[in-house]
Design a protein around this ligand. Sequence first.
Ligand code: FEO
Length: 403
Amino acid sequence: MPAIEIKPNVYWIGVNDRTTDLFEGLWPIEQEGISYNVYLINDEKKALIDLVRGMKTDEFLDQLAQVADLTEIDYVIINHMEPDHTGALCTLRKIAPNFTILGTPKTKDMLQSFYGITENVQAVNNGDSPCFGATSLQFVHTPFLHWPETMMTYDVTHRILFSCDAFGGYGALRGGVFDDEYPDLEFYKREALRYFVNIIAKFTSPVLKAIKKLADVPVDIIAPSHGLIWRKNPGEIINLYRKWAEYATGSAEVGVTLIYGSMYGNTEAMMNAVAHGITREGVPVEIFDAARTHISYILPSLWVNRGVMIGSPTYEGLLFPPVAQVIEMAAIKRIQRRKAAMFGSYGWSGGALRHLKKLIEPIKWELVDSLEFIGHPSEEDLRKGEEFGARFAAAVKEAEKGE
Ligand code: FEO
């Protein structure tokens, strides 16, 4: 994509990544891709804001060359040390050793531990306001959003917030960089939620602190490191992030995430009856086969829904392993205080329910009901399963009134 002037002397010079299969080596993006949004302040002093993954260095240098020469760059502002923002740094340093790297004091330490870089590094304080000509910037420290060294850079002159990972999302840019260039933002909103839950969710308190810290800052443009630049309606992505962050402590939406696994179809047969009961009550349900769906796609549903229905056979005295793994990851991401119920088949002795109770106790999921059966569910079992699903859906709706 060509370099794009966002405001006078402020450019997007990022790159798309459509070849990495797993972001952070963990989260699938082979279908969606991701963008590494680099920005250039092309004023009397020239500054880059964040960089790209190392494998994208050549492509990034071509982007930069459309507007400026690397040897003219005075500053590289590192909002965040994660290598999707800094991977190109060592190569750039070899080509142009004289630029000064700006970052928080913790960034200074990390530059040494990650890349052995100690020269031409300057730590900046929260609120520092350098002037690069007509363009004035201000640094806003945002620790643990989502690493301890992270900060945002605010362009005071043009009212642009370079927000780093916050307000970002998966999804390569499809020819345009701005929200107003797309008639339908559903893809980017969906991928922003998946990114939020995969990457940011554990740090919801820093998200809310940052939003509060920036409440009085006039922002015309939100320019994150990944995904769309929000120009038409910057408040939309801020409000989405606020809403998602508040789900960590407040009440989530009326809906059920049904996670199940099935070895020979017995638990799956019951799953269909349970899902029918939930739907009968008018409660939305999303269904995931835990063995066949990457957890990256299940987590957003768990994040937004207050009800979790778990379908699992007993497997060697425990939960079916793919189902257990989903719950363990939900605990890592601090998805807490859900209403839960469990159903499943067992062959000769149970154990899945006991295992589930152990897993959900620390994350305060309230187990409101369970339904286990031996072997294949009978017609009577299935009838009970439908009622079990309907009862659980009603409890989820009740939680809306009571919490
Ligand atoms: Fe975009 Fe935390 O890396």
